[in-house]
Design a protein around this ligand. Structure first.
Ligand code: PNW
Length: 487
């Protein structure tokens, strides 16, 4: 793990793309302007203001609804090839259904896309980044199997409007956050606590929804516009805490629940949920008195629909955990008990401002190699990677984290990973869900006290710009000042 450096200078291949990312709720603000409908995050944080660490919700956020030209200017300063952003479903379809389209909402994204294209920056659009229209939540949201149709109808509106201008699409961001945190642990909107039940209903429906949108694009747009459509998964790395058989086995289980559950239906030869996951949830369910597994089965048709339904894996990678087996008892249904492991960290791993975020650069290398061996060299984009700090422009820890992870990525490419691009998270400070603005992920600092939410480049922005320009990672590059400009 140490001794990673040798004397060879590794260069990002020609054609490798650099980008930066954001999501609608986190940056747009304008939560009820120009006909936008309420989303589950609007409702959740309005109803529960006390759960936000610093009280700042997404009502105004980074004000990107009004500052999108400045956002594009920042992307030009960095010199990125593409911008990953998401569309707010309820801005375009205020009540979730496609019978009523909010033209003003479409106009906003149209203007943003045109501004990007004007400067040769490619849009990478996420259709769903956590913000379901509240009207659809009232019908059960992702726990309702009809959600797969609602999503396909929404995707149809967006593809029709923008497929001719947009080369990269991501259907949904991080099904495990949507489902395990949103419908199981009650940590993310809609904050349902139904671990081991609601989360599995949601996972099935979100995956099928993804596949339906993918197939729609494939049928109606692929030939003509040749865009790529993928899904972004939370793909952190996990190693056993030591090499004892039971910890190695526990790690296999953990990986199947965190990675396999989402990868296997799309990228394996046989399709469907991983055998190990199906067996464990089934056994536990029967023991708990259920008639059948709490994990809803995928029908034959759904297995086929899902298999191969992605042009690339979107790798959202932040950190690594260590896995230990446990002899903790189990009683009530729970996702955590189905996995049934304990997690720990090495004490020497550096911590970001977010408690869960430790710097473990080799993890991104290991996850790439794992996906290659297990799923036959899928095409990949790193669709998110980043580091949180407190406010301040001299973000040395982010610079260090960025350099180390990009170097690990260069090793992964050298060892055969079909990696098309890297997206840094995030272009700018934003509303970090329930953490509000207490954790800053931006390469640009946002002054949330200012009227316009002014943005200023951090040191990391200048370093990223340099990396993109030189296509190598230099340890000793130090700009004379923090002045940013378009070159
Ligand atoms: C992502 N983890 O979520 C989300 O896609 C972003 O919207 C968010 O701003 C970003 O990460 C930073 O939190 C994650 O526990 C949540 O490793 C948790 C983890 C990773 C990503």
């Amino acid at each position: 793990v140490e001794g990673w450096s040798d004397l060879k200078v590794r260069r990002f291949p020609d054609g490798f793309l650099f980008g930066a990312g954001t999501s609608a709720y986190q940056v747009e603000g304008a939560w009820n302007e120009d006909g936008k409908g309420e989303s589950i995050w609007d409702k959740y944080l309005h109803d529960n203001p006390d759960i936000i660490s610093d009280g700042r919700n997404g009502d105004v956020a980074s004000n990107s609804y009004h500052q999108y030209k400045r956002d594009v200017e920042m992307l030009r300063e960095l010199g990125v090839d593409y911008y990953r952003f998401s569309i707010s479903w309820s801005r375009v379809l205020p009540r979730g259904f496609s019978n009523e389209i909010n033209e003003k909402g479409l106009e906003y994204y149209d203007k943003l896309i045109d501004e990007l294209l004007k400067y040769n920056i490619k849009p990478m659009i996420t259709l769903y980044h956590f913000d379901l229209p509240q009207t659809l939540q009232d019908f059960g949201g992702w726990a309702n199997p009809l959600s797969t149709e609602w999503f396909e109808d929404y995707a149809a509106v967006i593809f029709k409007a923008f497929a001719h201008k947009v080369p990269y699409w991501i259907t949904v961001n991080q099904p495990n956050s949507i489902c395990v945190e949103g419908y199981g642990q009650g940590l993310m909107a809609p904050a349902i606590s139904s671990s081991g039940i609601g989360d599995y209903m949601c996972i099935k429906n979100v995956l099928v929804a993804h596949a339906r949108a993918y197939r729609l694009y494939e049928r109606e747009y692929k030939k003509k516009f040749k865009g790529s459509v993928g899904i972004a998964l939370a793909l952190n790395w996990a190693d056993p805490v030591n090499n004892s058989t039971k910890n190695v086995e526990a790690t296999d289980v953990y990986r199947e629940f965190m990675i396999g559950l989402y990868m296997h239906p799309i990228w394996s030869k046989d399709g469907g949920f991983p055998k190990m996951v199906k067996e464990r949830v089934h056994q536990n369910s029967i023991k708990q008195g259920f008639k059948k597994s709490r994990l809803p089965a995928l029908s034959k048709e759904e297995v086929t629909l899902l298999k191969g339904s992605s042009d690339f894996v979107g790798v959202n990678h932040y950190t690594t955990v260590l896995v230990k087996s446990t002899d903790r008892g189990m009683s009530a249904p729970s996702f955590d008990d189905d996995v049934h492991v304990e997690l720990t960290y090495r004490p020497e791993w550096k911590n970001a401002t977010s408690s869960w975020l430790k710097s473990v650069p080799y993890g991104i290398y290991r996850v790439c190699v794992y996906l290659n061996t297990k799923y036959d060299y899928p095409q990949m984009f790193v669709t998110e990677h980043g580091w949180s700090t407190r406010p301040g422009l001299k973000d040395d820890t982010r610079v260090e984290n960025l350099r180390l992870y990009l170097k690990a990525i260069l090793f992964a490419i050298e060892d055969g990973t079909d990696l098309k691009g890297y997206t840094t998270w995030s272009l700018m400070d934003n509303v970090e869900w329930v953490a509000g603005t207490s954790e800053r992920f931006g390469l640009y600092e946002v002054d949330f006290e200012s009227e316009d939410k002014n943005r200023t480049a951090r040191l990391s922005a200048l370093v990223y710009k340099r990396i993109i320009d030189k296509r190598i990672v230099e340890d000793d590059y130090k700009p004379n000042n923090l002045k940013m400009s378009i070159t």
